[in-house]
Design a protein around this ligand. Sequence first.
Ligand code: PRX
Length: 657
Amino acid sequence: MTDQHGTIDSHPLDTETYPPSAEFAAQASLNDSSVYWRAAEDPENYWAQEARKLQWSRPFTETLDWSNPPFAKWFADGTLNVAANCLDRHLAAGLGDRVAIHFEGEPGDTRTITYAELTHEVKRAANMLTSLGVKQGDRVAIYMPMIPEAIVSMLAVARLGAIHSVVFGGFSAESLRARIDDAQAELVITADGGNRKGRVSALKPTVDDALALQNGTELSVKRVLVVQRTGNDISMQEGRDLWWHEEITSYDGEHTAQAFPAENPLFILYTSGTTGRPKGILHTSGGYLTQASSTHRNVFDLKPETDVYWCTADIGWITGHSYVVYGPLANGATQVVYEGTPETPDWGRWWQIIEKYGVTILYTAPTAIRACMKVGRQVPEQHDLSSIRVLGSVGEPINPEAWRWYRDVIGAGTAPIVDTWWQTETGAMMISPLPGLTTLKPGSAQVPLPGISIAVVDDEGNAVDRGQGGLLVVQRPWPSMVRTIWGDPDRFVETYWEKFGDQYFAGDGARLDEDGDIWLLGRVDDVMNVSGHRLSTTEIESALVGHHAVAEAAVVGASDETTGQAVVAFVILKSQQHLLTPEEAEQELRGHVAQAIGAIARPRQVFVVNELPKTRSGKIMRRLLRDAAEGREIGDTTTLADTAVMQTISLRMRSDQ
Ligand code: PRX
């Protein structure tokens, strides 16, 4: 298998290596490689030991129930409260005065929130939600900016044994509504707006639009709770909408957390699949919290007493769930939460935040690193980043050039980089170096974490040899694995388990080097990865053909220097639309997609063409379109019904660029 997306810029086999420094290894919590073979000998026992680091109300006696694959149950007869594990437990251990969150708003406002204060706020919010009727198993949609109340909301929902469905604040009204409908959420928690790029980005009006959509589905939402953040003018619907700050005053901070079974659902998070309909990935409590906290501790070599951790992800994505909310808080870590974007008011913002709070562990995405690289090293060099001791990367393969820049410029040439591979479905990290143990190779996520079994297999499911490529599978169940797709167990089985039986098919291509290290090569399905965000080609195509002027559309992910991949669309306009020039069509349709799905899905380019390359059976050959979009020689066209089509498209594109 070759690198389909051109994201790896050097050959894996002749790469340089970086062993951990003696100094780092000496202080690392995990610096004895026997952890790998001990975990491999008895993975269930390894995870049971990790799970026992949490606080259980009723200890579990059974670790894994895999009697009905692929529906796993972990620690099923144990009970716990996820929020109490992230909060009350630390207070009981005398850590109430430890800072949980250093909040930094984009306009420069700040809040310091200790574990005692966070616990108090979550208890009050839990009381408020209870009086609004929220109880175990109910779904609550959260559509918020990156502010402390977003985290408080998630934990309050979890505390009641209810299920949150966080929808990224950049999604459109239509996307929000589709998620609300699918989960049948009765309550939405939102804010008037958030601060982004120096402007107020309104949220409540989008909620209003979402709830007003007449889409043939009866609206499940009864109440909307609105946090006041930006003060922009919004309308409140009598009897439905409530201000958080007015409502919360009626509730005190007395709340006893009830224990729920380990398999009690914790959250649904929607992610893009190969069809137009997003999948509601369901995660449960005990196994999820075990792996989120264990990997957060081990992969970052976390020292909760002294580290200041910062993960730049938004809570709208899985990284925000596992490595802003549940992992760090379960570990009693001190972390930075930043509301805004890295370039506001200028590209020095992140580095200024690191200097200000003495951040020791930074976890971010390659796309952000590449954007900072473009701006230049002189910007971070104006700041004292000497507190940094571990760097993390997530979301897409990190190209070796960006890796080296990250280590040299941000990590003073010494900080280990942990390149963590995982997915919304895996819930927590699966493949990553351990910073005190692994000799690093720029561009490779390298080794499965202890207790995780991964293989690279051929189309028949046979493990490939070293030096070969294939498909990535997980061979044994893991604690934080997706339990099902909300409301659609058949799709769950079909998507991940039908291809290789009891091995989980991740949808990623990978290659093993001669040392057996794993190099991720990108998706092998119709899922794109733009700035570390997952987008479905089909979902964008449906949005395009939803436009009155479009007859047909094909979308591909073309490699992009900054964002990893970028959305490139090819459309055929309806014949009566000949008055729309290609330039007008491009502008109109880019905006249309942003409106329909959200700005993250806005195509980089839209090309108007007369025909699309199709096989004789009518299947669009996206592979050829990707060749064209990436400016490559067009590949094998012999299976095309009309072999001249690609020539015409290439000419069309050249005249445009
Ligand atoms: O293709 C892989 C890529 O991101 C996909 C998962 O996307 P999502 O569910 O949105 O979760 C992203 C954050 C965990 C994977 O199928 N991916 C994620 N991390 C890496 C990666 N590809 C290469 N290297 C990584 N470290």
